[in-house]
Ligand binder design. Sequence first.
Ligand code: BG6
Length: 506
Amino acid sequence: MIQNDHHIYVIFGASGDLNKRKLVPALYALFVQNLLPEKFVFLGVSRTVYSDADYRVAMKAAIHEFKEIEDASRVDEFVEKIHYIPLQIDDAAAYIPFKKQLEDLRTAKGIGGNTVFYLSTPPSTYGVIPKHLASVGLNTQDDGWKRLIIEKPFGYDLQSALDLKEILLKDWKEEQLFRIDHYLGKETVQNLLVTRFSNGIFEPLWNRNYVHHVEITAAESLGVEKRGGYYETSGALRDMVQNHLLQVAAITAMESPSSLEPIAIRNEVLKVFQSLRPILPEDVKTHAIRGQYVGSKIKQEKIVGYREEPEVDPNSMVETYAALKFYIDNWRWGGVPFYIRTGKRLPTRVTEVVVHFKPTPHILFAHSAEAHTCNQLVIRIQPDEGILFKFGMKTPGAGFEVQQVNMDFHYSDLTNQRIPSAYERLIYDSIKGDSTLFARSEEVVAAWTFLSPVLDAWKNDKTVPLHGYPAGTWGPEMADELIEEKDMTWRYPCKNLADDGLYCEL
Ligand code: BG6
């Protein structure tokens, strides 16, 4: 880290859960690896009143509880860099003394104007805090860089996303904005780029000539836990598809960038978003399936349904499962269906991309049942991160029986080094000013535009069913019908990359 990158890392929402669980442990991990500059201050800001000393005690406990890195020997040294300022974040006048306190801290620590403002606060504050910061000049870069980090959701629908974009861009430049999509910080999502573009063998096959369809799954075994209140305003489509899964789809589908410059990569991602074929209102029923988990019993344990969860409306129509079929209208992908599904209370926690290749032009071993199975390349994002290739081999013995076999590589075999968490990677990039793994405003708008017909129909068209599915199953059966081809289904992945099957791992 070069010395003039010394800075203050300001976290709004510093008394909140995300800060405690992810942000502070990630900053500590960076500190231990000597990736923070010598002159560095972590400044916690929120409404709650803490003294520096009390806040340090709380953060020290958080670092131990949500450990990101084994080495705990430098926690005391790290917490010395932590300071705290209470602030009524919606009171414009309060930003005048806040600025003064910030400047006093800078002077005392010999740090110039470089500042990251991380909003770990509810989305309703995204319009407010940046405006108030700008009103006292904390957006100007004459004395050093200023960066603003916001967490998803970036808006609630297209209109609110456009409004947010306008509010932010009034006072801040696009290059100052870092929109966190933590999926982009996952090692294995980045590995998709390396797998695709560092190997000569995949790219020639990675197109409509050889790929039959692409399937992306993000399954979670947990329910909504304590987040019923938030989830009621969101649902699976907004929570997972609009951001994480469309980003993964874009990285799977993008063209090779001309360089590793952030702009070169983000331009290619944006082109994918812009090529998403709009889903027509009359096609919503056949291209999008929604579901909601209902109570069930798993291994003698009663699992409550979504409507029985805390802070959830007993008549809620919010989807906890969403599956989508869509097309990317460009030369590479013309006519190739992409299927995305995500849900809570599914049989296991797994995220993966499956590239299904086309069948051979002539099925020579037609008598053999498994000869009809097509090759699949599974890119596992989590857990058991790795790559699995499924292909046919001769069953030993008489005749020509085909058997599908697995060739798998597990990411854990690559290194015994720890894999940094998504937040650690993204926080580090935000400090370096590298925006490659952050979403640009055009992408956000394009994603909302694409999903608008589905969101509208799910909200307003009472004839669109919300299918119940028992907790611990793979979602509504109707979702199987999205996949056009007879005899083809979703893959039913298990915790171990090489396994699949319909059983529940809960
Ligand atoms: C978050 C969603 O963005 O991603 C959560 O709000 C979801 O509902 C989480 O559980 C999944 O992230 P991960 O990293 O556990 O796959």
